[in-house]
Write a protein that binds this ligand. Structure first.
Ligand code: ZN
Length: 443
């Protein structure tokens, strides 16, 4: 770290309310340590005051993308549960496969996923998985930013709440503050009310939030109403989960009453539309969430349901599916989609004043995008190109917390070949499938 100057960039500027987007030129970006110090008229900064200078050569500078809900180490099983229903995805594949997981697998899987994310310009991830001490080590090494939750099921008993609370305490602020932690009960259908209540109490006591799956499908809402007379969102309210800042993954089965209820709580919604499409499920009512003032952020979910951790895909698919859902080409305009990808995701991630904008005082989590490819030409509309045309390989340089972690497509913190060799060496053991040995049952 030190002082870094970025010159000759076009800078993406999404308005705070998401109504408009602009691309500004003629400004240098001054970075001091891990934060953006100032934006000054081009050429006015004294170059001798900087440890390094990046001439962006007209590339686009924007905030790094934030993955608001993932299980990054699941890249280990990428491609092993294709063309299946959500029931078979859990019961016949994912939960038996996860029975093979050993702690060290999490380290290498996390690193592989972080490589994929950094190469696609994703600088932060809210991850929800197991053996998170190993995930934290991988985050520390990679230079990435992460919000880590140790996933738990009600069947593991209340002692697990205390065990994951210890993880939350121990790793809060790790990696020079790049790691934050959060409580992570799996979902209302895998955690009973007492377990959810204990999770919410632990979160309150520790001053952190909760990251949880809820109403992943319309069927889950229907089943919960039949079984308990209330929706999964109402279960979260009743058990106190919504009283702390909460990341709600999916909420595809949100009812109009659920949306009105959520307006009263400090929640954000992580939207992983590619997963919904692959599993043949309804997407979430994103336009209605936004109209109710609920923050929405982009998410990949795990790569076994989503194939990739590249957030440009869900960005594009979100805009397209919301247009289709509304039967209106005017729905989810480009500025709104880019607002979700930047400021909206930062709000869901819990750092609205520090991430999601290229502005003084914000953390220096920035990416440079090369728009010279044929698929962007001629450049009539840069914001449209970001939403609809961009390929992950267009991301050339990635800066996280003021540190350059990828320069001109070269990873500077992780040995790519070593990580891939480590993951491949585990493949046979990890892919062993015995449906009788599943860690949970989806019903
Ligand atoms: Zn998930």
């Amino acid at each position: 770290m030190g002082r870094l100057l970025i010159t000759n960039a076009r800078i993406l500027d999404v308005s705070e309310n998401g109504d408009s987007v602009a691309v500004r030129t003629g400004q240098d970006v001054l970075i001091d340590g891990n934060r953006i110090e100032a934006l000054l008229p081009e050429g006015t900064a004294d170059r001798s005051q900087f440890d390094s200078v990046i001439d962006a050569g007209g590339m686009l500078l924007m905030p790094g993308l934030i993955n608001c809900h993932a299980h990054v180490p699941m890249v280990l099983w990428r491609g092993l549960a294709e063309d299946v229903s959500i029931e078979r995805w859990f019961n016949d594949y994912m939960w038996p496969l996860e029975n093979n997981l050993q702690p060290e697998d999490v380290y290498w899987g996390m690193l592989l996923g972080l490589i994929e994310q950094i190469e696609a310009g994703v600088t932060s991830v809210a991850d929800h998985y197991f053996h998170m001490q190993l995930a934290a080590q991988a985050v520390e090494k990679s230079g990435a930013r992460a919000l880590l939750g140790y996933a738990m099921f009600g069947s593991q008993g209340l002692a697990m709440v205390e065990e994951t609370a210890r993880f939350v305490q121990e790793y809060q602020g790790a990696a020079n503050g790049r790691i934050r932690t959060i409580m992570a009960p799996h979902a209302p259908y895998t955690c009973d009310d007492d377990f959810l209540r204990a999770s919410a109490q632990a979160a309150k006591r520790l001053g952190v939030g909760i990251h949880i799956h809820v109403s992943e499908t319309t069927d889950q809402t229907v089943a919960s109403l039949a079984r308990r007379g209330m929706t999964p969102v109402q279960v979260l309210e009743r058990t106190g989960v919504l009283d702390v800042p909460t990341i709600l993954a999916h909420v595809c089965g949100a009812t109009p009453d659920d949306i009105r209820l959520l307006e009263r709580y400090p929640v954000g919604i992580a939207h992983a539309v590619k997963t919904y499409l692959k599993l043949g499920q309804d997407t979430a009512p994103v336009v209605e969430f936004l109209a109710a003032g609920l923050p929405v952020g982009l998410a990949s979910d795990g790569a076994v349901s989503n194939s990739t951790l590249n957030l440009w895909e869900p960005l594009r698919l979100m805009a397209l599916t919301q247009k289709q859902r509304a039967r209106m080409g005017e729905a989810m305009p480009i500025a709104q989609a880019l607002h979700i990808a930047t400021r909206g995701s930062a709000r869901v991630y819990g750092m609205p004043d520090e991430l999601g904008a290229v502005a003084p005082g914000y953390l220096a989590d920035l990416i440079l995008i090369d728009l010279s490819g044929a698929h962007h030409q001629p450049l009539h509309n840069i914001p449209a190109s970001l939403v609809y045309n961009l390929q992950p390989g267009d991301v050339r340089t990635v800066i996280i917390d003021g540190q350059v972690v990828m320069r001109d497509r070269q990873l500077l913190t992780i040995d790519r070949d070593e990580v891939i060799a480590q993951v491949v060496s585990r493949m046979e053991r990890l892919s062993y499938l015995d449906p009788a040995k599943r860690i949970q049952t989806y019903a």
